[in-house]
Ligand binder design. Structure first.
Ligand SMILES: [Fe+2]
Length: 292
């Protein structure tokens, strides 16, 4: 993997001023990526975008990821939001912070290719692509830039409790984003992906146990503000989902046949796509790049 450039930002929300907050951002700049998805689905939900991409990875990359992760201990509890913690949601399981860093800094081939994909987006759109701060930690919750969720079941109730946004640029984000065309910083309140503004997206890669069927559930549901589900992205091995994290979303319930114990992992990256020019509309440029 090519070396990732680092920078450091600052907090705009004092709740995250804790000893475990780490304000390092990782930038994706170098790496070539020429693969094309075999299937691309774009959905706009009340003006916000979701892209579901299949066929970007090789069989051997899927097998490598499955094998590596089947040897890991997922002994850290993760809640999807403060609300889900308060409502006693059953948490996902994840890796320790040390193992999570080890995975990110020495990724298996599939994730290394994903980093190349991020760098390609930066180069083709002439923008910066970087992670959110490595860890935003308050007394109530952790909001890491990269995390790994291991799931073996999700009840109907848990799916309802787990409905959340990853962030909301209009109510305000918790960290500073440099304005690359003024040498200042963007205001922490903005319309996500508006012209000249950053576009915050969440990227999720699924990996599953062998023979996992979409009917088993644990995909991601995307919801309108009125609570009506607008899209279900089924859980399919090596499926990649890009979405605006201020769309309400939740992991859907599991439906397994008896006597089997499938699992699924999601590798989740929170990214900032940052314009270099005031005239850039990253959201529109991204649509063109992905769909043509
Ligand atoms: Fe989320």
């Amino acid at each position: 993997m090519s070396e990732l450039k680092k920078s450091t930002t600052f907090l705009t929300n004092a709740n995250y001023n804790t000893s475990t907050t780490l304000l390092t951002l990782f930038h994706f700049e170098s790496g070539s990526f020429h693969r094309k998805a075999t299937k691309i689905q774009h959905t706009s939900i009340q003006g916000k975008d979701v892209y579901v991409l299949d066929g970007l990875f090789q069989e051997k990359e899927s097998l490598e990821l499955r094998k590596i992760m089947s040897q890991k201990a997922f002994d850290i509890k993760v809640f999807s939001s403060v609300q889900s913690l308060e409502k006693n949601e059953k948490p996902c399981r994840s890796l320790s912070p040390k193992d999570r860093w080890q995975f990110f800094s020495h990724p298996p081939k599939a994730v290394s290719e994903l980093f190349n994909f991020f760098a390609m987006i930066a180069n083709r759109l002439d923008i910066e692509v970087m992670t959110h701060p490595w860890n935003l930690s308050s007394k109530m919750c952790n909001a890491p830039a990269f995390f790994i969720n291991f799931l073996e079941e999700v009840s109907f109730k848990q799916a309802q409790i787990g409905l959340h946004e990853d962030y909301n640029t209009e109510t305000g984000i918790s960290f500073g984003i440099p304005n690359l065309y003024t040498d200042a910083f963007h205001d922490c309140h903005f319309v996500n992906g508006d012209e000249g503004k950053p576009w915050l997206i969440t990227v999720m890669l699924y990996s599953t146990s062998k023979g996992y069927c979409p009917e088993y559930g644990m995909g991601t549901g995307f919801y309108q503000k009125d609570g009506k589900r607008a899209l279900l992205a089924d859980c399919i091995d090596m499926r990649l989902v890009f979405f605006e994290g201020d769309i309400l979303h939740a992991t859907e319930p599991s439906h397994f046949p008896p006597n089997i114990q499938p699992w699924r992992i999601s590798y989740v990256f929170k990214l900032t796509l940052n314009p270099k020019k005031k005239s850039q509309n990253i959201k529109k440029a991204f649509y063109k790049l992905i769909t043509t």
